[in-house]
Design a binder for this molecule. Sequence first.
Ligand SMILES: C[S@@+](CC[C@H](N)C(=O)[O-])C[C@H]1O[C@@H](n2cnc3c(N)ncnc32)[C@H](O)[C@@H]1O
Length: 527
Amino acid sequence: MSREQGGAENGRNRNSRGQRSEGARGQNSRGQNSRGQNSRGQAPRGQRGSRDRDQRPQRAHISAPRLVAYDVLRDVDEREAYANLALPARVRDAGLDSRDAGLATELVAGALRWRGRYDRIIEIASGRAIDNVDPRTRNVLRLGVHQLLGMRTAAHAAVNESVELQRRVANPNAAGFVNGVLRAVGRGTNEEWDAEIEASAASADEALATMQSHPAWVLRALRDALRAEGREDELAALLEADNDAPRVSLALLPGSGVDPEQLVEDEHASEPNPVLSAAGPSPLGLELAGGDPGRAIADAGLPEGELRVQDQGSQLAALALTRAEPVRSGERWLDLCAGPGGKTAVLGAEARVGGASVRANEVSEHRAELVRRSVTAVADTIEVVSHDGRDDAAYGGELFDRILVDAPCTGLGALRRRPEARWRKQPSDLPVLTSLQTELLDAAVAHLAPGGLLAYVTCSPHLAETRIAVERLVRRTPGLTELDARAALREVARGDIDIAGEELSAQLWPHRHGTDAMFVALFRRDA
Ligand SMILES: C[S@@+](CC[C@H](N)C(=O)[O-])C[C@H]1O[C@@H](n2cnc3c(N)ncnc32)[C@H](O)[C@@H]1O
């Protein structure tokens, strides 16, 4: 992160972190009482009346991307919206051009991803617990702090526009509070704020979790998972990777008549495309260095759906099942939890090549419809049904040669993609999810043909959803043998792939593989 220097306001020089006399910052555990007042009983600067009015910035223009970003944060808070769905809709409604859409995206992603860290900085700067700040004001402040600490926005613009935004969308009477807090925030560098966070944290874990903007329970879960494979020292790299916007990965479906390397070469031959490269650990994978994925896909000129946006960990997870052993023509495969259909498309394409066919099941009818739309390129090999995967109806009275259980899970492996997700998940979600995973696995195993293969996949590294789930499955299921998923992944991956640990199952990681943290375990039912 970098912060534009020269944020001196009202003719003052920017404070060093040591000087606490000015502004609202650094006074709570360091001299501020529980009402957020300093030792003289004064509210922080931004909350003071007449003096603050004198210093009120000139009425600023408020830019459309900031308004859009604020609206998306409100959608996320009040309607439990997913930012990646709410944002494009808001961008469209506001008619933003691509540059402004990019700014709105950065503001939303930054404010959501860094929420934990920014909230703590706001607490320190204001002397108020974040829960005591009105939710609308909180979001105005988060956007302002991101501009100050996470973007190269000039400090005066960040502060003035935030104050104007506050007047427009939240309580105008708190505009002075916003002004004071943001001025205080702007007087510190990222390093100085981290030092403040560290100094005021109750434990080293709390400090790291706050500085890297992860809930503490998530940090512990990630560390446990890394420790289980002897890689605890990678925790910092993982947390950083979670906070980086991922590169867009594409999958080129097998059987499309061209492979990723050829596709990139062909494009270079006609019209150089510096943004698309055959890179990443999946043999189907391409990476987009920038620009609009829809445009890159259209430019490739392939039939619809053959080239698609998909994380390469997801590609590898599907291939681990389809390529664990050669496909016999006529095999029947089941994708038990298919929505929205990313892996189903890979299964369908692999089935097209190998002469198999796929039944795709998804409990939600709406998401089953997404699966249908996702598999148009390989629709001939796939039937889509909608049942609870624990019910016999999901299986249509059949036994299957290969079953993918891509189970509903906490999704802690995809935090970099869903910036709000880390704040929505709770440890209390786990028991419900792990019992659902258990029931889905048991139902799937019961419908596995003798000699058939099962892949258990989660987009989570949480041990309760991964290795512990596998141990329990093997223990309670006679006639089911765990296979070497690590070897299977090494076999299918493009180039060498560093999969750690002593277990047969495999855990992928954002910081190590550039993929979501997908977990893959493979099993065979005895013949
Ligand atoms: C991790 S997602 C699957 C992602 C998908 N395989 C893909 O690659 O696009 C899990 C899916 O399981 C579905 N699901 C949840 N409970 C289910 C159940 N009892 N039976 C079948 N599907 C279920 C969810 O609706 C969700 O779409």
